[in-house]
Design a protein around this ligand. Structure first.
Ligand SMILES: [Ca+2]
Ligand SMILES: [Ca+2]
Length: 64
């Protein structure tokens, strides 16, 4: 029960990222989770150079 129940959980941040990605007109992700609440943004259209280091944001997410 433990492992299966865990797999069914969907972190809220995943929904947020999917919604954001779907809103992009070029259908290419401009945001990537680099880890530990750190997000990298790609500034160029069509994925640009895909280094995702043009804007680095350390998110401090707190559920209220
Ligand atoms: Ca770039
Ligand atoms: Ca860059």
């Amino acid at each position: 029960m433990h492992s299966h129940a865990r797999a069914l959980q969907t972190p809220p941040i995943s929904t947020f990222l999917c919604t954001w990605s779907g809103a992009n007109t070029d259908k290419v992700d401009h945001i990537r989770l680099l880890g530990n609440n750190t997000f990298g943004f790609e500034d160029l259209a069509n994925g640009g150079d895909k280094d995702y280091n043009d804007i680095i944001v350390k998110a401090n997410l707190t559920l209220v």
